[in-house]
Design a protein around this ligand. Structure first.
Ligand code: NAD
Length: 314
């Protein structure tokens, strides 16, 4: 059995272009809201000084500025207690001009993350992690009325804007986390796909994944999905973002790829998704890493902030 799609090259689903489209739409909406004196506002809480979190937060604040969204950054020190953070959230909950509250994860170990996330007013929960919003998603609230988690919402945008039908088609999601796998499975069911969720305890995984018209990998293991796990002609959504730091791994994932090797030599690392690049060749379409799903996440956060403003303030 050949696993190569020989008819034509797979289509690359360009997350950067789709994110740019969504951001342009948001900029129009915020301009219109501003002209009516209503400026959407996002408050970001970054506890401590984890370098990766600082980079993500800087990027979120910068995008707010580009799209006409008011933002403010709160940077309490690593030693801040759960009670102090709860007070901060309570104060943000009560402020009229703040539409969205985002707590950058992970939090220091001594902080009760669940308690804090549940303290955010559901109507300001732009990460979509509050049980009320998770419940609304599960019970099929109309998409325009629910604040859903950004990464799975971004995946649905990629599928929809790329004209990839999900209704009546078989989707397989590998990964059952609360931020990606589970909410995405619910969104796909709500969009009338037939969905199977796989995880670390799934037996005969390849047999299940080969049934997928749409195969989503959200695992956190570089190159986990191999060509024999993919049905020829499937759409692959690669959510994984894994940093590879050895030259052997670069050669294993990108054999003979001079550009990758050169970039690795310069930076000391390269990004690989949860799908082995060789598996993309079997597909009809796929999201690359980088430049695929990851590119959508901030755009969807901005979209949720504008949506939260609209739902709460009209
Ligand atoms: P997680 O660790 O919370 O969940 C991983 C899931 O993979 C678990 O449900 C587990 O059951 C499953 N899994 C682990 N080993 C498996 C195996 N051998 N077979 C089948 N399933 C297995 O991870 P997460 O937060 O959902 O993130 C997954 C990946 O997506 C990571 O690489 C992460 O960096 C990436 N991610 C990307 C974005 C983005 O914006 N693109 C956002 C969030 C997460």
């Amino acid at each position: 059995m050949s696993f190569t799609n020989t008819s034509e090259l797979p289509r690359i689903l360009d997350g950067i272009a789709i994110a740019a489209q969504i951001k342009a739409e948001i900029a129009e909406q915020t301009a219109s809201a501003r002209s009516r004196g209503k400026v959407p506002g996002l408050a970001v809480i970054l506890v401590g000084d984890v370098p990766a979190s600082q980079i993500y937060v800087r990027s979120k604040v910068k995008t707010c500025g580009e799209l006409g969204i008011y933002s403010e950054l709160h940077t309490p020190p690593e030693s801040t207690t759960t009670e102090e953070l709860l007070n901060m959230v309570t104060s943000l909950n009560s402020r009229e001009e703040i539409d969205g509250i985002l707590i950058q994860l992970p939090l220091p170990k001594h902080v009760d993350t669940s308690r804090l996330l549940e303290a955010i007013a559901p109507e300001k929960d732009v990460d979509g992690f509050h049980p009320i919003n998770a419940g609304r998603l599960l019970t099929g609230y109309p998409a325009e009325k629910v604040l859903a988690p950004c990464t799975p919402a971004g995946i649905m945008e990629i599928l929809q804007r790329s004209g990839i039908a999900v209704r009546g088609r078989r989707s397989v999601v590998i990964g059952r986390s609360n931020i990606v796998g589970k909410p995405l499975a619910v969104m796909l069911v709500n969009a009338s796909s037939t969905v199977t969720v796989c995880h670390s305890q799934t037996t005969d995984l390849a047999k299940v994944t080969r049934e997928a018209d749409i195969l989503v990998a959200a695992i956190g293991h570089p190159g986990f999905v191999t060509p024999e796990m993919v049905q020829p002609g499937a759409t692959i959504i690669d959510v994984g973002i894994n940093r590879v730091t050895s030259a052997e791994d670069v050669e294993r994932f990108f054999p003979g790829d001079q550009a990758r090797h050169a970039s690795f030599a310069k930076r000391g690392s390269t990004l690989v998704g949860d799908v082995h690049p060789a598996a993309f060749a079997v597909s009809a379409a796929y999201t690359p890493v980088p430049g695929g799903v990851g590119a959508l996440t901030i755009a969807m956060l901005m979209a949720n902030t504008v949506k939260a403003a609209r739902l709460r303030r009209g």
